[in-house]
Ligand binder design. Sequence first.
Ligand SMILES: [Fe+2]
Ligand SMILES: [Fe+2]
Length: 295
Amino acid sequence: MKLKTDLYTVYGDLLLEKDTEVSAAVVRKIRQKGEKHKQVRVALKNTDIFADFQKVFDDKRYINMFKGPVSKSEICNIAGKLRMENDLIFELSYMKNNLPYTYDHVLIVTAFSIKLALTFRPEDYDMEVVSHCGFTHDIGKTRIFIGILNKTSKLTREERSVIETHPVIGYLLLNYYLKSDRRDCTLANLEHHERLDGSGYPNRIKRIHKYTQLISPIDVMDALMTRRSYRTKAFSLRAALDYLIKQADMNRFDKNTILTLISFARKDKPDIRKMYISEEPREALPEELTHDKYR
Ligand SMILES: [Fe+2]
Ligand SMILES: [Fe+2]
């Protein structure tokens, strides 16, 4: 894959020129550049991002889903303990100012990723990695021309291919910003639009890292449930979950992850092994203006 524009760090230093083929050697070079760059890690709980994160739990769309065995304080405790690279704090502040709906989205994705990891087998996950992946998975979007992200009509093939560079851009930025002990955190960036049947992008892979598998279904759920310029209105929670279960039936997502999200949405939080899922579509989907379900 080639980038469609020059790639700069948040400080304006050129990392990669437009049209350079992104190869393993290029990634290595970027890592080497990053090693020389001085890094300070900051406890997230001492930042404005953490104050914003705590407000996620008041989002009316998700109030019921956040109720249940895993509490807000457990989730906040984990997110607050994350020590994040100072550069990434700047990246997220930049996102907050320039792409506020993406910023709100990454906070929601992080909160649900932690909740999913705690609901599955917490011992299988490094919670710092889960939080880090959630907060940073869409930083590449800040380098995509806003006119394309907000376009109300159907994207051209060229515009679609520009949007599809954002996982690679995020991956390159993280390879620059992160030390080698945080390499696991780069994969959710690269893979969060990949699907288990190989139908995703950018690399159409089928083996997807366990941290990415927490993030990608929530990523879609929240994208569907947010008002966008190219849809008449947002999906309801039920319609979004119907969409996800169909995707799981097509082997695009891990079915147990989707069933767990559905159990979060039910009042009685049933055990997923005993949960009944109706085949009937429960709610009409909102009218689509462009046939883009999400961007
Ligand atoms: Fe994304
Ligand atoms: Fe996302």
